[in-house]
Design a protein around this ligand. Sequence first.
Ligand SMILES: [Zn+2]
Ligand SMILES: [Zn+2]
Length: 156
Amino acid sequence: MLRVDIRQLQQGSAETVGQLEPGDPALEGLGLVLVEPVRVSGELQATGGGDYLWRGYLRAAVAGECRRCLKPVTQQLDEGMDVLFSADPDLVEDPSVYALSPDATGVDVTMAVREELALRLSAFPLCRPDCQGLCAICGADLNAGPCLAHGPGTTD
Ligand SMILES: [Zn+2]
Ligand SMILES: [Zn+2]
């Protein structure tokens, strides 16, 4: 369950466990190609004053292509995070705090999952940090060695 009833939180913390399938409407518009469902776990607790702290954990694998050589790459995300949900208008100005409506009856961590995925997965992944990319002229893969026709040392 990724949505927790606030009454349940008044008695202590609650576990959040669930997964978002590829194509889940909560992920729509992010342009992420999920290789497997996003797995979510963690614990939500009331911290007083109508605020709720989520100690969340996300596991995801996303397909993309290297921004330099266009080879398919899979980005793995395997990260824990602390996220605050609040109905306090002063706190909500902080972009890392998720807004709760003052009459909310539950805390749904799904929107935090969406945002954290968008923040943490690079839109421009690299197949490896030192990827050499492609020859700008003929498209040869420079990871295999300098382009013989257009590499350094050739005049044209
Ligand atoms: Zn590459
Ligand atoms: Zn070339």
